[in-house]
Design a protein around this ligand. Structure first.
Ligand code: FAD
Length: 475
């Protein structure tokens, strides 16, 4: 590695040169790796899921320990350099990358250890969801994680997190027992219900605003090893009827059943008959983790006339990675979503009208059932809030990099405008983009926003951790 000096962005927006000797000194002080653009592994370390993210750091550090992280955090703070933290790199806004700054890529801290007796998993911040699901399922256990296995645990958790098990066990952060975190002062702290409880409250939804998490501890539940799940699809000519059936199904669903409704053009997947490829369909993605799939799924099977039906008994880990192939890195993406307090018929009409105007075969319109345990308030609630959310719904635009961008973004924005008035007023922080303004940021936290700002002022008064959906410190 021959470095003469690196042009690097300062936290105040200016630029500075980091001399070769300083970089070499820093490398000596950490066990992990330092990467520059010419180094092997650079592309992997700097590529994010959304191909539209056009940001690159000046330097990447891949720490192997909390001490490494503390060294880099102190260095960035003392030098006033722009710093970001990368977990799985799946954030749609590309917040894992500090443009021409320092990116801490946590991918070398990717271990999971499961204690089946205490039912707690210790999870490294570089883990992807699949790492955790595979390790916990060896013991017939699981925690609440999302439904694409290549998503990062860290970003998903710090924003709240939900998935097929949310209706049973709440937000992902409701299942967080403890974190180890390096705060802006360079200290390695533990935060849990007894120790640094304010900090623990803030990280349960406040994103990467409060420090670099170097370990998560999750509570586990008996799930699997098999569940009943999969996907069933009908012609979108029946969209009104199928969405009404979805409304009825979800109104009576047990907590063990999670169903999502999806409207899109049929992908050329092996389970879709060839004559349906590219035609509009309405589908339900199902996960039932209880003991009586016959009764729970009877309303779905009674609908009749599906063009594809791959609902079956399958390993929980297969369910958790079933949609991976639909979500590769590379295409351009743009999303807008809202939490919903209910599924009214007026909402369903507005949703359907937007969904059927889709502009790309890769895009989709989704309603995901939440509710259940998520709606239970308690004294132990974290900063994630939004306990009134029964559903999350939105429009997800996806298109190839060489296609014009405007039609797809316009479709998402126009469809979103149709459904906005049915929102709880809240939205998911982890689905926000750079064009979501301060009002939308505050709306994602509701009543918790001011407390988050106060805690930000306490733990990160200079806003070192600002490459994220940024909560500015209270004045
Ligand atoms: C295909 C796809 C499917 C998804 N499905 C779901 C789902 O089912 N449920 C759900 O809840 N969400 C889902 N999401 C949203 C997901 O939660 C966010 O994209 C999340 O940001 C991804 O985390 P990551 O670690 O991969 O992100 P990154 O892009 O790596 O990081 C995002 C941000 O998290 C923070 N961060 C990351 N690591 C750390 C750390 N160690 N310490 C402190 N801060 C850190 C940083 O601020 C960073 O900017 C999905 C996203 C995608 C792209």
């Amino acid at each position: 590695m021959a470095v003469t000096g690196i042009e690097i962005t300062r936290i105040d927006g200016g630029s500075t040169t980091l001399e070769q000797s300083r970089v070499a000194d820093l490398q000596r002080r950490v066990d992990g790796r330092l990467l520059l653009p010419e180094d092997e592994g650079w592309a992997q370390a700097t590529t994010t899921w959304n191909g539209m993210v056009a940001k690159l750091p000046a330097v990447v550090f891949q720490p192997t320990s909390p001490a490494d992280v503390a060294t880099i955090v102190e260095f960035a703070r003392n030098e006033g350099l722009l710093l970001s933290v990368k977990g799985g790199g799946h954030n749609i806004a590309g917040t894992s990358i500090a443009q021409q700054g320092i990116t801490l890529d946590m991918s070398m801290m990717r271990s999971v250890s499961v204690d089946p007796e205490t039912r707690v998993a210790q999870v490294g911040p570089g883990c992807l969801l699949g790492d955790v699901d595979r390790a916990t399922q060896e013991h017939g256990l699981a925690t609440v994680l999302g439904f694409v296995s290549e998503t990062g645990v860290a970003g998903l958790t710090l924003g709240g997190g939900w998935g097929y098990l949310t209706r049973r066990f709440g937000w992902t952060v409701d299942n967080l027992e403890d974190v180890e975190i390096v705060t802006a002062d360079g200290k390695i702290r533990t935060a849990n219900r007894e120790e640094n409880p304010d900090l623990f409250w803030a990280v349960r939804g406040g994103g990467g605003n409060f420090g670099v998490v170097t370990r998560f501890a999750f509570r586990l539940h008996e799930v699997g090893p098999t569940i009943t799940g999969g996907l069933i699809a009908w012609s979108a000519e029946r969209a009104e009827e199928i969405l009404e059936a979805y409304q009825t199904l979800t109104a009576a669903a047990p907590r063990e059943l999670t169903a999502a409704a999806v409207v899109r053009l049929a992908p050329p997947a092996p389970f879709v008959p060839v004559e349906w490829h590219g035609k509009p369909i309405v589908a339900m993605v199902i996960c039932y983790s209880g003991d009586d799939p016959g009764s729970a799924l009877a309303p779905i099977h009674s609908i009749g006339g599906p063009i594809a039906n791959v609902i079956a008994t399958r390993p929980y880990t297969a369910q958790q990675s079933m949609l991976d192939a639909m979500e590769p890195k590379g295409p351009y993406r743009y999303w807008k979503t809202e939490y919903l307090p209910e599924l009214s018929s007026e909402f369903l009409n507005a949703f359907r009208e937007g969904a059927l105007e889709v502009t790309s075969p890769l895009s989709q319109s989704v309603i995901f059932h939440l509710g259940g345990a998520l709606n239970e308030h308690g004294p132990d609630d974290g900063a994630v809030g939004n306990r009134d959310a029964q559903f999350i719904s939105g429009f997800s635009g996806t298109w190839p990099p060489d296609a014009p961008t405007a039609p797809h973004i316009n479709w998402v924005r126009q469809s979103w405008q149709r459904i906005r008035s049915y929102s709880t007023g809240g939205n998911y922080i982890n689905f926000q983009l750079a064009d979501d303004d301060d009002n939308r940021l505050a709306a994602a936290y509701g009543d918790n926003f001011e407390r988050l700002q106060r805690l930000k002022a306490e733990y990160d008064p200079d806003n070192l951790f600002r490459v994220n959906r940024n909560i500015s410190p209270a004045a």
